[in-house]
Design a protein around this ligand. Sequence first.
Ligand code: NAP
Length: 233
Amino acid sequence: MGTALVTGASRGIGRAIALRLAGDGYDVIAVARSQDELDSLCAEITKSGRKCRALALDITDAAAVSRALRNESVDVLVNNAGVGIIKPFAEMSLDEWNTMLDVNVNALYHVTHALLPRMLERGSGHVCTIGSISGRSAYVGGAAYSGTKAFVTAWAESLMLEVRGRGVKVSVVAPGGVATEFSGHTVTDADLWKLAAEDVAGAVAQVIATPPDVLIHRMEVRTLTPPPSKSAK
Ligand code: NAP
């Protein structure tokens, strides 16, 4: 199957994607800042018979990303790492704004730019980025987060049109609410209505398992069980 590099693999959706792709036969390069969590993920994958390499990396550090990835050749890149600072725009500090932009937008440049050239040389590869339904549905407190996820949709569609004729696929998987620790959240029974990280991992696995000449460019993943008191996410 080849090698898949997953960013944000230390927990949540990224960890589930790494485990799912390993289960589907990929060797994994697991990227995030938390070395211990990456090591424990890799131990689990290695036990199941696949290779896994932990790469502790801050993906907002352009020079570090370039150093770490410029000689890597991967079949699948999953741009999953993301942060969500959800608060009204008027209350958002410049640091918070920049953090959102650095992780959710600028790191897409650093990581994808480091790995795309080998995909184009080979004439094959898949770049799958985790967006969000927030990218096209506004909500109070979402000015920065929704903005970054709208960027993901537009960026990925343009990139897809630029590289599909050269054998490289580009996709976006856009989930609704997922029960993870995203944005400092603590998962409780109140999150039972949400998607599980494994549901999103299953969607990514489907998107990258299409026949060579078929592309699923955009997939939105929702739960059938929205909380009765809130608008469905
Ligand atoms: P999460 O549990 O908070 O995981 C975020 C991941 O990103 C962690 O592995 C974190 O690892 C990594 N990360 C953050 N900053 C990083 C940096 N500077 N360098 C490297 N890695 C970094 O969140 P999640 O729910 O799994 O979210 C994953 C993706 O799904 C995000 O793009 C998010 O926007 C999207 N999403 C989430 C939901 C939801 O409801 N949870 C819904 C729709 C879309 P370290 O801290 O170890 O670096």
